[in-house]
Design a protein around this ligand. Structure first.
Ligand code: ASP
Length: 620
């Protein structure tokens, strides 16, 4: 039999009572977390968001209440009225914040019962993720999930407060809109009123935030949901949250300072102190030193050890002497077993013309002098792992070397070595540094990567694409290259390859947290960029016409950035995946298992929308 709540009022949450409360009357409400029956004594751990308090039902105190308590099962919702009492010294639980006290119950109201859940919030062993997602409401009751969602709240609040204090207005932008320029697939919403037409859910508020700058709001931000219909890679969500901002008259450094400010606040909200300003690195330098545009600074950069090897060594090892010889050093992984060394081999034996010389020991045995120089140059210490990546002598040396865009500092052959080494470094770091616990918790190494290339060559389409999005401003010094480049749109050697963008990424421990740029505020430059991207004026007008028109009405210089909130919270909560910090996430197949979405809709709905469903391409 269930009880009504009546006029009972909760006096305390379940995590707050302490020894100093002894003697007080209290009314607690919550879920039965655990129940232990010791005959005359029945203990209930009562749980809510704030923690757990032990409730005691004692036959000596009240037989009927005790009897009623015996009917309680896991996850029943109850109210307990009683007196706070100090526990006997031998029953104090130092692992519980409320462990010095218990509530001796005089009254019990059973407010609701619960079916036996497929798993218990108090279980420490995790059930499989599908069950957790299907019964998300139970899963969210778990301590870890409560902590993650609380962290999310605190972090978002700290960011809001900081940005408000810096003069940013939080302004909402529409969800039902049209295609935005981020380049992924759109989620579409059919219009009933205008049959045959569709809204697109925004991949980002990009154009709206720029328009807000044209409209004079000076500083805008939004913690905003964005939607991208991408083939889901391991840890992606079709809807995700960005901390999106835009400001007028900024230098890149102005944007960076704002980001450093709100990240400091966000990290502090989760109990971590970080150092600002973050170091900065040119894109080209990042590639040369780390082989990737989002370097993990917790591990040392590459060392080019070509000069440590004699020409005999090089030819003996079949290494191309005209290309860099990269030494990757992973500190402190200790001696690798034979098997571990063997595991490295298939990782990357020969990639894009680069070869991997995994067994530094063998090199050391054969070429003692070279090895000595290499270990000196790389600052190798006892227990460090060294792997060499170099060009293969068999691969056509020198051939296209000079044919590459003379504007870029790195040739494609060098790039192949750097990027293979970058991938290998990452794989080694994940496999060994993490396994050997070389990373310390709370070691947050931020970095700004700047001056990205403006364009990327698309080998399939044989044309240049915007590396960020087409509203990103080129470097003022590179305008001439842009002008020249427009003459050679379909040429991979076009001067376009050397145009740098005023674009920047903020990177943390090898993960990109966000990217942004100074925007184009002049219509003439914007048209030139569209032209470089192979877009005719008509095409540009059809896609972004309203925006191009807006640019003509006194657009101030402006720029901004967007950072992924989910990822930041994941890092701060120490969670393993984005799904752990999103209350109602989707699976890797973009399904919400709890509400069971997406679903087919009724014939009537389809008819109203003027939609006929065909089998998608590939399923015919
Ligand atoms: N809209 C961009 C993105 O979502 C960020 C920016 O350029 O501000 O990646």
């Amino acid at each position: 039999m269930l009880d009504f709540l009546g006029d009972l009022r909760r006096t305390h949450m379940c995590g707050v009572l302490r020894a100093s409360d002894a003697g007080k009357k209290a009314v607690l409400m919550g879920w039965v977390n655990r129940r232990r029956d010791h005959g005359n004594l029945l203990f209930i751990d009562l749980r809510d968001r704030t923690g757990v308090t032990q409730i005691v039902f004692n036959t000596e105190r009240d037989r009927t209440v005790h009897e009623k308590a015996e009917t309680l099962r896991n996850e029943y919702v109850i109210a307990a009225v009683g007196t706070v009492k100090l526990r006997d010294a031998n029953t104090i639980n130092p692992n519980m914040p409320t462990g010095e006290v218990e509530l001796v119950a005089d009254e019990l109201r059973v407010l609701n019962e619960s079916k036996l859940p497929p798993f218990l919030p108090s279980d420490t062993a995790l059930t499989n993720e599908e069950t957790r997602l299907k019964y998300r409401y139970i899963d969210l009751r778990r301590d870890a999930m409560q902590f993650n969602i609380e962290t999310r709240h605190k972090v978002a609040k700290a960011i809001r407060d900081y940005l408000s204090s810096q003069g940013f207005f939080e302004i909402e932008t529409p969800f039902m809109t049209r295609s935005t320029p981020e380049g992924a697939r759109d989620y579409l919403v059919p219009s009933r009123v205008q049959p045959g037409t569709f809204y697109a859910l925004p991949q980002s508020p990009q154009m709206f935030k720029q328009i807000l700058m044209i409209s004079g709001f000076d500083r805008y931000f939004q913690i905003v949901r964005c939607f991208r219909d991408e083939d889901l890679r391991a840890d992606r969500q079709p809807e995700f949250t960005q901390i999106d901002l835009e400001m007028t008259y900024p230098q890149p450094e102005s944007v960076w300072a704002v980001v450093e400010g709100f990240l400091t606040a966000a990290f502090a909200a989760a109990g971590f102190e970080i150092e600002t300003p973050f170091p900065r690195m040119d894109y080209d330098e990042a590639i040369r030193l780390y082989g990737i545009d989002k370097p993990d600074l917790r591990l040392p950069p590459f060392t080019d050890v070509r000069d440590c090897l004699s020409s005999e060594n090089l030819s003996d090892l079949a290494i191309n002497p005209n290309l860099p010889v990269i030494a990757i050093r992973i500190p402190k992984v200790g001696e690798l077993s034979r098997k571990e060394r063997d595991d490295i081999k298939p990782m990357f034996h020969s990639k894009g013309g680069a070869r991997v010389y995994e067994d530094f020991k063998r090199i050391a045995n054969r070429y003692a002098e070279a090895a000595e120089k290499i270990s000196k140059k790389t600052n190798m210490a006892e227990g460090d792992l060294i792997v060499l990546v170099a060009g293969s002598a068999q691969a056509s040396s020198g051939e296209k070397e000079t044919a590459f865009a003379p504007h870029r500092k790195v040739t494609p052959q060098e790039l192949a070595i750097y990027t293979s080494a970058g991938l290998l470094r990452l794989a080694l770091a994940q496999k060994y540094a993490e396994q050997h616990q070389c990373f310390q918790k709370g070691d947050f190494r931020f970095l700004w990567v700047t001056n990205f290339p403006m364009f990327e060559w698309d080998e399939g389409e044989k044309q240049w694409m915007a590396a960020h999005h087409p509203f990103t401003s080129p470097h003022e010094q590179d305008m001439k290259l842009l002008e020249e480049g427009v003459e050679s749109l379909h040429d991979p050697l076009s001067p376009l390859s050397a145009v740098r963008a005023l674009a920047y990424d903020v990177v943390l421990n090898g993960t990109e947290l966000g990217s942004g740029s100074i925007r184009i505020h002049r219509q003439d430059v914007q048209s030139r960029i569209f032209r470089a991207l192979g877009m005719t004026e008509e095409e540009a007008k059809a896609r972004f016409g309203f925006f191009l028109e807006a640019l003509e009405y006194g657009t101030p210089p402006h720029g901004g950035i967007a950072l992924g909130l989910d990822r930041i919270v994941m890092i701060l909560a120490g969670a393993e995946s984005l799904r752990e910090v999103i209350p109602f996430p989707k699976t890797a197949r973009a399904v919400d298992l709890m509400v069971d979405a997406p679903t087919p809709v009724s014939e009537k709905q389809l008819r109203e929308l003027g939609i006929v469903v065909r089998k998608p391409v590939g399923q015919l």
